[in-house]
Design a protein around this ligand. Structure first.
Ligand SMILES: [Zn+2]
Length: 387
């Protein structure tokens, strides 16, 4: 990737600046050669909180503080786009076009009414710009590097920049639009901020089976998002059909993956709801987020639930009781060893050589308390497997 260092004055950069109120975007600069907020960029945020941030940009310039590097992308021989710095440039442009005032000695001052020398100081302030040219992957890499300054971009915001085009524009209308009535329904299953592209990220992740950049590159110039939309709807419809009870632990689960693995299987939503409720209320189920995959895969794999283990005092007291009885009878303190004809039939194991076991398996309703606890030698405990 090539990067050329340039210096522009505030006056040059803001020449031809326009601000679009409806979209909340600064549009052009450098006499029309510079696009300040391309399609993929976030809207202007520095006016929020009563403009504290945009005022700070102007105050920095007046005090002679540097406002940081700017990065432009060369689109062609004449045109440039802002890759990093759109918030700062928009602040400058908005100030010069009287969109806000700053306070000098407690007095509100618009640009036009400021003292001549202060106006000159702002206009002649030099800004350091890197103008870059490169391949998609170079720009992407570099975006990640510059991302450490200013308002950090989310991964999907970077991807939207790298693969900007008709597909991203259409996808954002559906998946990055907080006015979309479906967003509330999706929020039960999806994590993150819709405006910061979290939902679009998930939709892409699902349809691409995790290969988001490959998918975006392939579909970059598509005039529709049908495939992604259909797939996303299928996943959500399936998940909300199987799990009719919405619990907060469902949010952010890998529903795309679960759909791929289980959607051909029939489920009875009533039975699923009953099982879900039972497990949600079960104190011994430590990993409530594992409940969904556990149910979908036929209630077999208790590892998903991280069932709470017996605590140390329980183990010690069961060990003492079992060992005393075994010694009195002259057999092993592992009940399985005691029943065998092997060499360990009379072996007294140490506590550290044994593990706690559910007499009635947890998956069959056995509790994790002292009444359902027995100590087995490690070999027999492992052989029993299913807790
Ligand atoms: Zn044993």
């Amino acid at each position: 990737m090539k990067a050329e260092r340039k210096i522009y004055t505030v006056e040059e950069i803001c020449k031809g600046f326009t601000y679009n109120e409806a979209e909340g975007k600064g549009l052009f600069g450098l006499s029309g050669r510079l696009t300040i907020q391309p399609e993929y960029q976030r809207k202007y945020l520095y006016a929020e909180q009563n403009g504290a941030r945009e005022m700070a940009v102007i105050e920095s310039v007046l005090k002679g503080y540097p406002i940081g590097l700017l990065y432009f992308n060369r689109v062609d021989d004449t045109h440039l786009e802002v890759l990093d710095g759109q918030q700062r440039i928009t602040s400058l442009g908005r100030f010069l076009t009287r969109k806000f005032a700053i306070k000098i000695n407690g007095m509100e001052q618009y640009f036009d009414y400021m003292a001549e020398d202060l106006r000159e100081k702002i206009l002649k302030t030099e800004l350091l710009v890197y103008e870059c040219e490169g391949t998609e992957s170079e720009i992407k890499e570099w975006f990640k590097t510059i991302n450490i300054t200013g308002l950090p971009l989310e991964e999907q915001e970077i991807l939207n920049a790298v693969y900007c085009g008709s597909f991203v524009t259409l996808a954002k209308e559906v998946f990055s639009n907080s006015q979309n009535a479906n967003v509330n329904k999706w929020a039960a299953f999806l994590r993150g901020n819709v405006k910061r592209q979290a939902y679009l990220h998930t939709a892409l992740d699902w349809v691409s089976r995790g290969n988001i950049s490959g998918y975006m590159s392939l579909h970059r110039n598509d005039d529709n998002i049908r495939e992604m939309q259909t797939y996303f709807d299928s996943v959500i419809d399936w998940a909300s059909g199987v799990f009719t009870n919405i619990e907060k632990e469902m949010c952010g689960l890998p529903w795309g993956e679960l759909y791929e693995k289980h959607h051909k299987q029939p489920y009875d939503p009533t039975a699923v709801a009953a099982k879900q409720r039972e497990l949600c209320e079960d104190f011994y189920v430590k990993n409530k987020r594992g409940i969904y995959e556990y149910i979908l895969s036929g209630c077999q794999d208790t590892k998903l639930l991280e069932v709470r283990c017996f605590d140390e005092p329980t183990k010690k007291s069961v060990y003492a009781r079992q060992t005393a009885r075994a010694q009195a009878q002259g057999v092993s303190n592992c009940p399985h060893c005691a029943m065998s004809n092997g060499a360990n039939r009379t072996k007294i194991w140490k506590l550290s050589e044994m593990d706690a076991d559910h007499v009635t398996a947890w998956s069959k309703g056995g509790a994790t308390d002292i009444s359902n606890c027995q100590m087995l030698c490690k070999t027999h405990n492992r052989a029993k497997g299913n807790r």
